[in-house]
Structures are given as C-alpha cells and as structure tokens.
Design a binder for this molecule. Structure first.
Ligand code: HEC
Length: 432
C-alpha cells in the first residue's frame, strides 16, 4: 500500500494555489439554481445599462429616421440611389454615374420640384459612388422603397427598416453573449450595447446604407462559427459559410469573415482526417515532421506555464539524492537510459522516443522537471508519477536528475552498488 508522506517543511506541495474554477457547463445550469458567480447588484446594474441602451437605440433611432436631415452626410444619397436604380430600372448602378433627379432635389431642398442633374451643380453625393458595393442590402431594401410614392417618405421608410435590422442585431448580441458567456452574459452584452447606442453609431446604422444588414450577418455568422466549434457541428459550419457568402454579397468589408471561417473549417478538416482512419497510429510509424514540430514546442511552453510558482526545496541532501536514485533505477532507466546503459527493449519501440535524460535535464529547470515527472506528458509514454507517488518522492527523483549531467558510467555503477538491491519505492516494497 502506498502511504502518502506528509510534505516536509521545505517541500511545498505544488497544488497549493487553488486553480481558477473551471466554468464547465456554465450555460447548462440546473433549473431553479440561481445564476452563479455574478453578484445580484452587478447583475441588476448591467441589466439596467443594457436595457437603457436598447431603449436609447429604439427611441433615438426613430427620431433619426424621421427627423434627421435628408441626406445624412456623407453618402446616404449614394446608397439611396443604389436602391432606386434596382427598384425602378431593375439594374445595378455604374460607378461614377450621376444620382437621380429625386436624390438631387432632396439634396437641394427643392423636392418635389425636380431639377435635372447636370454637371454644373455637382457635389460629392451627386455621384452614385456606392456602386462598387455588392447589391444584396439594396435589393433587400426594395420592398420598403415601394411602400410609398413620395421620395421623402421612401427615405424615412428605408431608415425605419434599417432601425429594425439594428434591433435584430441587438437580439443576436443577446443570443451570442448567452451562448458564449453563460451566466455572465450581461458582462459582454452591456459594453457591446453601450458602443452600439453611441449617437454616431445609431445615426450611421439608421440612415440608409448596407451597414445594418452587414451587422446582422456578421453577428449571426460569428454565432454559428462558435456553435460549430462548441458542438462539433458541420451543419453549423455550413450555415456560417452561407452567412459569409451573404456577407460578401452585402459589403466588401465582410471579407474579414473569410479567414475566420477558414480557420474553423481547418479544424474540421483536421478532425475529419483523423476520423477517416487514414492516420497511422502505430508506434513504429514515426511522427510526421509537422506533428513533432507542433507537439514538442507545445509541450515545452505548456510545462513552462504550468510550472510557474512551484517552489523548489533544497535538493542537495545526499540521502535524498540516493532515494531519488533508487526510484530512477526502478522506474525510469528502462525508458530514459542512464550513464553506461545505452539500450533498452522498451525504448526502441516508443514514439516519441524517450530522450536520454542525461542530455536533457541540464536545460530544464528543477520546477519544470518536477511538473513533468508528476503530471507526465499526454499522448506520449511519459507517465504521471504523481498518481502513485508523494511530492517528497518526486522531489527526491528531481534531486537525482540534477546530478545526471556529467555523471560517468563508473559513478553511476558506484551509486548502484551503494544503493544496494532495495528498489526505489520503499513504501510499496515494504522496505525501509
Ligand atoms: C514508459 C516510458 C517512460 C518512463 C517509464 C518514463 N518516461 Fe519520462 N518520458 C517518456 C517519453 C516518451 C518522454 C518524451 C515526451 C515528449 O516527447 O514530450 C519523456 C519525457 C520526460 C522528461 C522531459 C524531457 C524533456 O525533453 O524535457 C522528463 C524530465 C522525464 N521524462 C522524466 C522521467 C522520470 C524521472 C521517469 C521515472 C520516474 C520517467 N521519465 C519515466 C517516457 C517515459
């Protein structure tokens, strides 16, 4: 039976610092249990901020839709021209063509009296310069355009439609925050809505343009990508792909979604390849260069991160080093060899091949050695010895490892003799 020894004064148990609580299942809370982690006062305050911002968006957005001057600087007229071109001519505008008479008359304040647009009284907005944009948002605006015959009213109707899309975006934000942050969703939502409710944002989103539809599509796409990863759902990935396509048909700037989608798709392809069975998992098939390159530096960084804060006890006590030697001879030589021990049967067949520790340990700080020996290394043959050994015994092993670099075969044999035949695990073997 293995008896865990009480930690000695110098040896500080590694897991002294409580690990930050895992938030597993934050969003699948049991019904009836109050949301955890968020104090009531904070919840109420954030909720109030989110609600106030939403009200602000709706009220101020309505005022903007009805009362803001036509045209809002600088390109509302050009966006409206695009919609008008599709609605009245069934065609797309050409970059550089002039805006319609109605747009010009509204700009000049003479509407409903129309003035032929000539090159004489041109302003920046006289050109249909939004024609470089893809058509989806403008096509979606067409039904609202038809609702009235008066061009001023048409502008207000298109703005109200944009406000509706903005409210849909708020709803999508709520969904995204709840999915990603679980009980803490208000921490994400409140700041997001504060930004969305800034007067400049509301004016920009409500006046006629392709931006509101783009915001809906981008938010929906990010949500689907998150769900695709979280639920390993190819269907969600496809939905996200469709949304990327629609985004590209709405605004050229949605191009930013493409790398994001490709990154998630690459994860799926990786898992698909594994699942297909073509990967050879045989340990006699060496890792591909890419796998080695991914695994080893990844392992190094992980160990460095996790070993931070481990306090190293005094490792110079000869009795401790001798105890560590016994453990090493018992548990490690087979895989890691030793001075004068150049081969072992088990080591030949392992992938990755266990390194000769004599050559490695000089480059690895003792706290990291301790962490590796205690926790092992995933997907390799390196076991987690902490499952069966107390921290004291593991520190003794580290104390011995520190002596390995530079040790000769003769010195190792000498230690072997001095250690006698007792194996390393005194408690397990019942020997002193
Ligand atoms: C069954 C084989 C096996 C045994 C037994 C074993 N190890 Fe390992 N060990 C490995 C393998 C494989 C690796 C390489 C892991 C990697 O490539 O990331 C490794 C890695 C290590 C490393 C990290 C080396 C580096 O590159 O930083 C240390 C330290 C280590 N082992 C210590 C020990 C000690 C101490 C023992 C005995 C208590 C032990 N190992 C027992 C297989 C083994």
């Amino acid at each position: 039976m293995v008896v865990e020894m009480p930690a000695r004064a110098g040896a500080v148990p590694e897991e002294r610092v409580a690990r930050p609580g895992r938030r597993a299942g934050a969003h699948q809370r049991t019904p009836g249990r109050p949301p955890s982690g968020v104090p009531r006062a904070v919840r109420w305050s954030l909720g109030a901020v989110a609600l106030a911002c939403t009200l602000c968006i709706v009220v101020f957005g309505s005022v903007v839709a009805v009362r803001a001057p036509v045209w809002a600087p600088i390109d509302e007229g050009a966006h409206f021209s695009y919609v008008q071109q599709i609605a009245e001519h069934g065609s797309l505008p050409v970059l550089g063509s002039l805006v319609s008479e109605q747009v010009q008359a509204l700009a000049d304040g003479t509407y409903p009296r129309l003035v032929p647009v000539t090159t004489k009284h041109l302003w920046l907005g006289s050109y249909s310069y939004e024609a470089f944009q893809p058509p989806l948002a403008y096509a979606v605006d067409v039904p609202a355009f038809y609702l009235s015959g008066n061009y001023h009213t048409k502008v207000v109707l298109l703005r109200l439609f944009d406000l509706l899309l903005l409210v849909v975006t708020v709803g999508l934000y709520v969904r995204l925050c709840r999915l990603v942050l679980g009980d803490r969703w208000l921490y994400g939502l409140a700041p997001a809505l504060v930004v969305l409710a800034l007067p400049g944002m509301v004016v920009r989103c409500v006046t006629v343009s392709n931006l509101p539809l783009e915001m809906v599509l981008v938010t929906a796409c990010v949500t689907e990508l998150w769900l695709a990863l979280h639920r390993s759902s190819p269907a969600r990935l496809c939905t996200a792909g469709v949304l990327v396509g629609l985004g590209l048909l709405t605004d050229l700037f949605s191009l930013g979604l493409v790398p994001l989608w490709l990154a998630v798709a690459a994860v799926f392809v990786g898992f698909g390849v594994l699942y297909s069975g073509v990967v050879d998992v045989g340990a006699d098939d060496p890792h591909a260069a890419l796998t080695r390159w991914l695994l080893h530096p990844g392992m190094r960084r992980s160990v460095q991160q996790h070993a931070r804060g481990i306090r190293v006890p005094d490792l110079h006590d000869p009795a401790m080093i001798m105890a560590g030697f016994r453990h090493y001879r018992e548990m490690c030589v087979g895989c890691h060899l030793a001075p004068g021990v150049a081969h072992s049967e088990i080591r030949e067949g392992l992938t990755p091949r266990p390194p000769r520790l004599q050559r490695v340990v000089g480059h690895v700080p003792p706290a990291e050695l301790f962490w590796i020996v205690k926790h092992g290394v995933k997907m390799t043959a390196m076991p987690a010895w902490g499952k069966s050994h107390s921290d004291d015994k593991l520190w003794a092993i580290v104390a011995f490892l520190e002596k390995l670099p530079g040790m000769t075969a003769a010195q190792y044999r000498q230690m072997d003799k001095a250690a006698g035949t007792g194996d390393g695990d005194e408690d397990a073997s019942g020997k002193g």
